[in-house]
Design a protein around this ligand. Structure first.
Ligand code: ATP
Ligand code: MG
Length: 611
């Protein structure tokens, strides 16, 4: 458990201490209409994490009430994600669709109590009748229907006797309620669609507000944790359970702020669009913010768990810097994975005065990493270095190989450049170098000073590999849509060279390619004949600088209220406004938070109110 307790754990602890519940029972309730993303990871960590911390249980429930968008492949992806993150949902996965008969029976009960009615207004009329924030709504004339008529119509709706949109079932609550959600919310609608599990058995499907609270109740959930946008739905949640008299050990809803990350879109609808338009290779494309994408890219479950822990749980929505996620994976791999050499853009170097060959023993880990292990690196007269590590006309701060500046070959000798060979177009094709026999790493007596050590591979023993370099999928800090996509988010290098130790038949292998970053053997495309490596993350945050250069001048900036996982507390006057907005004005805390923290917005809001 993390050291400081968040507000949800505080609530759970109090409820256990007061004896309200004997055991905490949470649930993670995704709709199987897409692959889970990093926002879901946060929800998974909260729900399963709380159950683990307090020796309770957490259900995995498919919230599958919308037949047109759901699919078994998404159910499988959700199970994979929860399992990969290391959580256990117990004996079986739960499905809201399994409760359709029970939910229907509860709806019939509400009708019998005079608390629900079949409405036959059109969709537009329903919207119109609802009223506005400042104006009460008006109740439909169909609300007068007798219980018998409602029962009859609802049954015929179920049996498929009506067209979609012809009727809906609504709760009879209060058409002038301040909370607009309470103005006779819809409970059921007609859908003539095949459901991936329930088949064609149903022609009515329950709405979220009706299905969710009852599914929680049926499963014995104690704490129903959801994101802030459901704050106003809480009144319906309570109304349904209380009206049906399901009050014994009943669940209560608690909201937390959803995770947003800059340079990232995080809605399944938008992610589906990326997949369907072929802008990525699939839901598990390593650039996708899906758990399957991170997994294929080479992120570890530990890094995702650490990230979710570090960003904390807040009551106010905020934007987390993607650099923070990148930091957690770098931090996790830093001491775990072996360091080896890869040359991404090979330039041949012939060492004129070297004859024969040798194998150089080199450690996988630097001295300060408490891990052991080494490999033998072949060395001979012909090697490759990276094209970037040589310059003919270097700037003054260039520390690598030049015509008159020697450089160390990592783990091996110091070399000096003797001659540069070019093709007819003036393109460098080869370097002729000399090596210093008494400069070998670990037993250097040459006295030669070098300013850096570069990676290299032996020309005869190196293996050709494909390397996929990923950059952020969106170039905009707050991407609005697919037009903000980064056209350079994938760069494929077909002819990179690695030292032989990098070729392994162990699955799930990660390496640090020295000076380049962390890499992962692609779990799908890697074969012995054609190895493929994904770049997980660079060695340091290189985007900060790049960002300055390409930042579009006119785009609005995201207001970051959360930096490094800490929500900046409101100042006294902001807090006072927040209290007024949530208390007196009855705004939900998400909206109140946005208004209170922005002086211009709150001034505008109050001016508008005064008119
Ligand atoms: P999306 O908008 O991406 O489609 P959703 O909320 O519709 O997400 P669900 O499948 O309904 O997706 O969500 C399952 C659970 O995950 C819900 O409890 C939801 O609140 C939570 N969740 C979804 N997105 C986030 C997020 N960005 N941060 C935290 N929790 C999230
Ligand atoms: Mg949803």
């Amino acid at each position: 458990m993390s050291e400081s307790k968040d507000f949800l754990r505080t609530i759970v602890e109090e409820d256990l201490k007061s004896g309200k519940y004997k055991e905490v029972h949470t649930r993670f309730p995704p709709e199987p209409n897409g692959f889970p993303h990093i926002g879901h990871a946060k929800s998974i960590c909260i729900n399963f994490g709380i159950a683990d911390d307090y020796h309770g249980r957490c259900n995995l429930r498919m919230d599958d009430t919308n037949p047109t968008t759901e699919d078994t492949k998404y159910v499988e992806a959700l199970k994979d994600a929860v399992e990969w993150l290391g959580f256990d949902w117990g004996a079986n996965v739960h499905f809201t669709s399994d409760y359709f008969p029970k939910l229907y029976a509860y709806a019939v009960e509400l009708i019998k109590m005079g608390k629900a009615y079949v409405d036959s207004l059109s969709e537009d009329e329903i919207r119109e009748y609802r009223g506005t924030v400042t104006q009460a709504g008006k109740r439909s004339q169909y609300a007068q229907r007798s219980v018998e008529e409602n029962l009859n119509l609802f049954e015929r709706m179920k049996n498929g006797e009506f067209k979609e949109g012809e009727h809906v079932l609504r709760a009879k609550i209060d058409m002038s309620a301040a909370n607009m959600k309470m103005r006779d919310p819809l409970l059921y609608r007609i859908r003539h669609a095949h459901h991936y599990r329930a088949g064609n058995a149903w022609h009515v499907y329950p709405m979220y507000d009706f299905a969710h609270c009852l599914s929680d109740y049926i499963e014995g959930i104690t704490h129903s944790i959801c994101t802030l946008e459901f704050e106003n739905n809480r009144d319906i949640y309570d109304w349904v359970l209380d009206t049906l008299g399901l009050t014994l050990e009943r669940p209560y809803q608690h909201e937390f702020a959803r995770l947003g990350i800059n340079y990232t879109v995080m809605s399944k609808r938008k992610l589906l669009e990326l997949v369907e338009k072929g802008l990525v290779s699939g839901w598990d494309d390593p650039r996708m913010p899906t758990i399957a994408g991170y997994r294929r890219r080479g992120y570890t479950p530990e890094s995702i768990l650490n990230f979710c822990d570090q960003i904390g749980i807040a009551k106010a929505n905020s934007m987390v810097d993607v650099a923070q996620l990148e930091f957690t994976i770098r931090d996790d791999l830093n001491t775990k994975v072996p360091r080896v050499m890869c040359v991404l853009d090979p330039l041949k170097v012939t060492i004129e005065n070297y004859e024969g060959s040798e194998e150089i023993e080199a450690p996988y880990y630097p001295h300060d990493v408490p891990k052991e292990g080494s490999r033998k690196i072949p060395f001979s007269k012909e090697i490759y270095i990276d094209r970037d590590d040589f310059m003919e006309n270097p700037p003054t701060d260039y520390f690598r190989l030049t015509l008159d500046q020697p450089v160390r070959l990592r783990h091996a000798y110091i070399i000096s450049c003797k001659e540069v060979i070019k093709d007819a177009k003036g393109h460098i094709t080869e370097i002729i170098a000399t090596y210093h026999p008494d400069s070998k790493s670990g037993s250097d007596t040459s006295g030669i000073k070098v300013k850096s050590a570069i990676q290299w591979v032996d020309a005869h023993e190196a293996k050709r590999v494909e390397v996929r370099l990923y950059d952020r999928l969106f170039k905009d800090e707050a991407p609005e849509g697919l037009e903000d996509i980064n056209p350079d988010s994938l760069k494929v290098i077909k002819n990179a060279l690695v030292e032989p130790a990098v070729i392994t038949d162990k699955p799930d292998e990660r390496f640090q390619f020295e000076r380049e970053g962390y890499f992962y053997a692609d779990p799908i495309d890697y074969t012995d004949a054609a190895p493929v490596f994904n770049k997980i993350v660079g060695l340091k945050d290189s985007w900060g600088k790049k960002k300055e250069a390409v930042k579009p001048a006119l785009k609005p900036q995201v207001k970051k209220v959360q930096i490094e996982g800490e929500v900046i507390p409101m100042n006294v006057s902001e807090q006072a406004l927040f209290n007024t907005y949530t208390g007196e004005f009855g705004l939900n805390s998400e909206v109140a938070n946005t208004l209170a923290r922005d002086k211009r917005l709150s001034d505008f809001y109050e001016e508008a109110l005064s008119h």
